[in-house]
Design a protein around this ligand. Structure first.
Ligand SMILES: [Zn+2]
Length: 152
């Protein structure tokens, strides 16, 4: 199923009715990135995230922590400590109204960004050389008509 979140379906399959990829579950609303804090419950995960809240009185920030219970389809490789993205869905149980849609590898994404930056610089340098060559080729071509105009 297409989720509309730009997420590719996992390679593994499952027969979970509440799987957004292999079941009939639809997602809508907010998506949240967090770290899996617990996988002790069956087909459920506790996703925790830490964020800073401004305290104007002391001009400081304080840490707040929220824990969101989310449904964990078995086709996704979800372990404690992994960064995952959860999407809002209909209420699945008393506490669950989110489902894990993908695992995120933050370190790999950062590494790929660092690799692409030098690659773009090299391509820009290559195009610069090409434009310089084109300019030198144009030089005599443009001077031809100009001299012709002066003669006329
Ligand atoms: Zn599935």
């Amino acid at each position: 199923m297409a989720l509309g979140l730009g997420i590719d379906p996992p390679e593994a399959t499952c027969d979970d009715e509440n799987c957004p990829f292999h079941g009939t579950l639809s997602v809508r609303g907010a998506t949240v990135d967090g770290v899996v804090a617990s996988t002790n419950m069956h087909r459920s995960a506790i996703v925790e995230r830490e964020y800073d809240v401004a305290v104007p009185k002391y001009d400081r920030h304080m840490k707040r922590r929220s824990r969101v219970p989310a449904h964990a389809p078995e086709c996704l490789d979800i372990e404690e400590g992994r960064t995952v993205r959860i999407a809002e869905t209909r209420p699945l149980s008393k506490t669950k109204s989110h489902v894990v849609v993908t695992t995120l590898e933050t370190t790999r994404q950062l590494a790929s960004d660092q690799v692409t930056e030098p690659a773009t610089d090299a391509s820009e340098a290559a195009t610069g050389d090409v434009s310089e060559n084109a300019a030198t080729e144009r030089g005599p071509g443009e001077s031809g008509p100009e001299t012709a105009g002066e003669n006329a």
